[in-house]
Design a protein around this ligand. Structure first.
Ligand code: GDP
Ligand code: GDP
Length: 432
């Protein structure tokens, strides 16, 4: 297999415990890759490390900007979920000078429920007297605390040796995180040109198709250590004969591709603008609960048009588009061809997390004090998340049938304002 994956280590913990310091200490002078995930304020730092013959990738999922004090718990949990999703090994970093805090306990409790290998890292143990305080952290139930000082480097080698042994013992190989993508759109918008331009990129490693190429309908490739499975590429490439068919778009084949996918990449022709068929297909992806990214192709032909104006125009035609990323690309010049893949990945990632119960409680509280909800004298009694991909919520309320559509929209917008769901359809049920 090309592009072998290394085991991934994610660093999580409360703010100020020294996560970035630890990341920097481990990475040292090696170069970290900063990845800005499209449409979010979140940056991730990745670095590939080789330690005594073992290779692994270390990820700093930090970089969140807490909006205010109240948001810290929510942000830390969000970061935690991202880490649980993508890492094989998790470093829960704590601060010996602060002792075991409430949030440390909550994080440890959540982590103990996962199947990942967790290390409790006790940082800021700069000298022996501080190191002595580390025993307290056994309480977190994550095994022997790893005592380190990011500032002076104490304990770091020991920690990496320990991780190296674990990798050897358990033969952890990085799970090839994957996303299934259906590329859909009207004929001639440039789907097959897009595919070809993706395959020409050096950073994309296409996997040879197993067996006979005749029956193969999906194509796999790796990009940034992620596996992309393109659903029904045969349907895209061999569409010529289908062009005559009037309802190609609503075709069973395109719908099946969307149903099998995690993300629908809907391509439109930037020169033509948003047609009725485009709108139908966008709505289909959303109704199926798939993450959605809109690619406006042939942007090279639309000289002088501002992207923001264009996006506004799209939203004016189809309001729901405001909740989904719009990427302007050119399959001809290959502009943003890879950015589109990043957007697809990011949208999928955002569809996966379960919001922590604490954070849901907060969300319910703020929803109940939101002006529109107060004005209508509505009180929601509980809020639970029932599912992911797409996220599904249930709100308890006295007379669900009396809620107006406009209030429901208000609630959805409220959810979206408090949590980053760009590219993700969310479902909210009301229970009486
Ligand atoms: P993060 O918010 O968890 O990423 O924490 P930072 O890495 O930004 O560190 C927070 C503060 O703790 C900074 O002022 C660091 O200089 C300090 N710090 C980090 N590691 C150590 C350490 O090992 N010893 C001491 N004394 N201070 C540290
Ligand atoms: P499909 O039917 O959606 O697969 O569309 P094709 O990939 O066959 O493209 C239809 C036509 O649009 C072809 O003539 C392409 O050369 C052209 N085309 C595709 N992408 C672009 C682009 O980004 N810019 C320009 N100028 N033409 C494009």
């Amino acid at each position: 297999m090309a592009g072998a994956m290394h085991p991934k280590i994610a660093i999580v913990g409360r703010p100020n415990v020294g996560k970035s310091s630890l990341f920097n200490r481990i990475v040292g002078s090696r170069k970290a890759i900063v990845e800005s995930t499209c449409g979010t304020t979140r940056d991730r730092l990745y670095a590939d490390i080789a330690w005594k013959g073992k290779a692994f990738t270390i990820v700093d999922t930090g970089g969140f900007e807490p909006a205010g004090r109240d948001d810290i718990t929510r942000l830390v949990f969000k970061q935690l979920h991202a880490a649980i999703e993508e890492a094989d090994i998790i470093f829960l970093v704590t601060d010996v000078t602060a002792g075991v805090t409430h949030l440390d306990r909550e994080l440890a409790e959540r982590l103990r429920k996962t199947s990942k290998r967790i290390y409790c890292i006790v940082n800021k143990a700069d000298d022996r007297s501080r190191a002595a305080g580390a025993a307290e952290f056994y309480e977190l139930g994550l095994g022997e605390p790893q005592v380190v000082s990011a500032t002076n480097g104490t304990g770091i080698e020991r920690l990496l040796d320990e991780v190296g042994r674990l990798i050897e013992k358990t033969a952890i190989v990085g799970a090839p995180a994957s996303v299934k993508v259906a590329i859909v759109g009207r004929p001639n918008v440039g789907k097959s040109s897009y595919l070809n331009s993706v395959f020409k990129e050096d950073r994309v490693i296409v996997h040879p198709v197993a067996g006979t190429t005749r029956d193969a309908v999906d194509t796999d490739f790796d990009y940034k250590d992620r596996r992309y499975v393109l659903i029904d590429t045969a349907g895209i490439r061999h569409h010529l004969k289908l062009r005559e068919s009037a309802d190609f778009y609503g075709s069973v084949r395109a719908k099946e591709a969307i149903r099998r996918a995690d993300v629908g990449l809907v391509m439109i022709d930037g020169f033509d603008g948003l047609r009725e068929d485009d709108q139908r297909i966008i709505n289909f992806v959303i109704n199926e609960g798939r993450a959605l990214v809109i690619a406006v192709n042939k942007w090279d032909l639309t000289k002088g048009v501002e992207m923001s104006k264009y996006t506004e125009m799209l939203i004016k035609k189809l309001n729901v588009i405001k909740n989904y990323p719009v990427i302007f690309i050119s399959s001809t010049t290959r502009r943003n061809v890879l950015a589109c893949l990043d957007a697809v990945w990011a949208a999928y990632e955002r569809s996966k997390p379960m919001i922590a119960p604490e954070a849901l409680k907060e969300l319910l509280k703020s929803l109940n004090t939101a002006p529109e909800v107060m004005r209508k004298r509505i009180k929601f009694h509980y809020l639970v998340q029932e599912g992911v991909e797409p996220p599904e919520f249930v709100l308890g309320v006295k007379r669900a049938e009396a809620l107006t559509e406009s209030l429901k929209r208000y609630v959805e917008n409220f959810f979206r304002a408090s949590h980053d769901y760009a590219g993700v359809p969310i479902r909210i049920r009301y229970n009486s």
